[in-house]
Design a protein around this ligand. Structure first.
Ligand code: MLC
Ligand code: AMP
Length: 501
């Protein structure tokens, strides 16, 4: 049997392949057969451009429907899909291209010049609403392509995740990882070909690309393909949908939108939240407003989805439910001994969903696995010992110094290094401060060099030019010194307390 994920997708195409797949508001309806034909043409075009099995195809584009054909085309041709957040700027892109050495880079027309300079060894092609250069090349190609016969452990994608050291790591995901997780989710969340998924997530992260898209494709469902999350537009589109997936910020913004009512949710059977903690207050306010209990689930780039509240049965606020079928989760103390329910420990995961390692970082990969093969997530949690959701997993924090803003991870180290390199800065500490919209807001606390005056605006402007906007601190506090403990370590907990107030 061919383990290529595309073969699995193909086997689930609904009867009568002219079924709609993507409904683009104000744009075209893309049917399953059009999507698959375009993926074949793109696969042919990539091979014609010199791509060979295992080559990386890096993609930084807006959310045009053709990007989904590009993703499927890469799978078909045995290429490794490498999606990049559109917010990434020069320095970030230079690192990814240098590390992953893509054969082809697909980008927005407006960044063609920059990308072509940064990825000088790659073929660089644009993708836009009309298809762009990749679309032009595909146009001359046949609409059939013999899908490469893949092994379960062959790479399907690399997704970069930031690291505690400030250096991003490429998580290598195999066809088995993606296929097993997608199959588990379709089952767990009861997806059918009657579903219409409101898709407003970006398609360069696990949540929008794998969780959402795979659930739809593996059940022959339709997607309302929204270019981005806009609360008002989402409220208008909701009545036509049966399922919506989002990060907690989506739900907070829907609650802040006056036109959002229970009536708008009349067709919805399931709201899913993940990527960041859903506050119990948001869960409750949403339940009152919409009549729907949001289903919260837990996952990460390296593992796909790990645990989920149930479709049928109690959805307990503040928990992420039970491990998905086929996935083992344990909560362990520092010695690696499993914790009793109600005792907090590190969360470890094992199963067909767990990634193959970090791209060209064998040492880093080894560090993240235990001797008996469990992946250390870096999240802290406990098994709920009684009351609502007894036996469910509850996340209580992270052992890694990481901020999640609007569902996007930011590693303080990377930002601190950039701030420290600015003129007049002696040192800095970057923390996450509770924020009603983003969950946590990136916040910097900065000490100037003696004799130098620095300003919040100067630092923000400098960073805006260098890194993706979501990583740039929303606030910068200039202080005389940073609080330190006896070991000389900056006491970020004190800073968090001070600036949350
Ligand atoms: C955008 N900005 C953000 C931001 N997104 N700042 C902090 N955090 C974010 N997440 C910047 C913008 O560039 C802009 O900067 C300013 O903040 C205000 O922008 P906005 O218009 O309010 O933002 P918007 O474009 O609406 O985006 C917010 C968002 C988006 C929440 C809709 O970030 C989003 O779609 N997030 C989902 C991310 C996601 O898919 N995560 C899943 C990862 S996978 P300026 O300076 O230009 O004004 C994963 C695994 C798992 O975690 O379990 O799922
Ligand atoms: P990423 O590396 O972008 O895939 O982000 C993964 C991280 O997001 C996890 O390690 C968790 O810390 C966090 N995360 C995902 N889902 C949830 C959730 N439901 N609640 C709290 N944190 C979550």
């Amino acid at each position: 049997m061919n383990a290529n994920l595309y073969a699995l997708v193909e086997s689930h195409v609904p009867d009568g392949p002219e079924q709609p797949c993507l409904l683009v508001p104000g744009g075209p309806v893309v049917h399953y057969d059009e999507l698959l034909d375009e993926s074949a043409r793109i696969a042919n075009a990539l091979v014609a451009a010199g791509c060979e099995r295992g080559d990386r195809v890096a993609v930084q584009t807006d959310k045009h429907w053709q990007v989904l054909a590009l993703y499927l085309g890469c799978l078909r041709a045995g290429l490794v899909y490498l999606p990049l957040n559109v917010g990434y700027q020069r320095a970030e892109l230079a690192y990814f291209f240098d590390d992953a050495k893509p054969r082809v880079v697909v980008c927005r027309p407006e960044t063609l010049g920059t990308v072509a300079t940064l990825a000088s060894d790659a073929t660089v092609l644009t993708l836009d609403a009309n298809g762009g250069e990749i679309g032009d090349r595909a146009r001359g190609q046949p609409a059939s392509f013999r899908t490469v016969n893949s092994q379960p452990d062959d790479l399907a994608a690399i997704l970069y995740t930031s690291g505690t050291t400030g250096r991003s790591k490429g998580a290598m995901l195999t066809h088995r990882n993606l296929a097993s997780n997608a199959t588990a989710l379709v089952e767990a969340w009861g997806f059918t070909c009657g579903d219409v998924l409101l898709h407003a997530l970006p398609v360069y992260h696990v949540h929008g690309l794998f969780v959402a898209v795979h659930c739809a494709l593996l059940s022959g469902a339709r997607m309302l393909w929204m270019p981005r999350f806009d609360a008002r537009e989402v409220v208008e589109a909701l009545p036509a949908a049966t399922v919506m997936m989002g990060v907690p910020t989506f739900y907070a913004r829907l609650l802040a939108e006056p036109s959002f009512t229970g009536d708008a949710c009349r067709g919805i059977r399931l709201f899913v939240s993940g990527s960041a903690p859903l506050l119990p207050e948001t869960f409750e306010a949403f339940r009152i407003r919409s009549g729907q209990a949001i289903l919260e689930r837990y996952g990460m780039t390296e593992t796909g989805m790990i645990a989920s509240n149930p479709l049928d049965g109690e959805r307990a606020a503040g928990t992420v439910g039970l491990p998905l079928p086929g996935i083992s989760v344990r909560v362990v103390d520092d010695a690696g001994t499993p914790c009793a329910p109600g005792t907090i420990g590190g969360i470890e995961v094992r199963g067909p969903n767990v990634f193959a390692g970090y791209w060209r970082m064998p040492e880093k990969t080894r560090e993240e696995f235990t001797a008996d093969g469990w992946f250390r997530t870096g999240d802290m949690g406990e098994w709920v010992s009684d009351g609502a959701g007894k036996g469910y997993l509850r996340l209580v924090g992270r052992s890694k110094d990481m901020i999640i803003s609007g569902g996007l991870n930011v590693y303080p180290k990377e930002i601190e290094e950039r701030i420290d390199a600015l003129p007049g800065v002696a040192e800095s500490a970057v923390i996450g401060v509770a924020d009603p919209d983003f969950g946590e807001a990136v916040t910097a606390v900065v000490v100037a060099r003696p004799g130098h005056a620095i300003e919040e605006r100067t630092i923000i402007d400098a960073l805006n030019d260098e890194i993706a906007r979501f990583k740039v601190p929303k606030r910068v506090h200039i202080v005389a010194e940073l609080p330190r403990n006896a070991m000389g370590k900056v006491q970020k907990n004190l800073l968090r307390e001070r600036y949350s107030a």
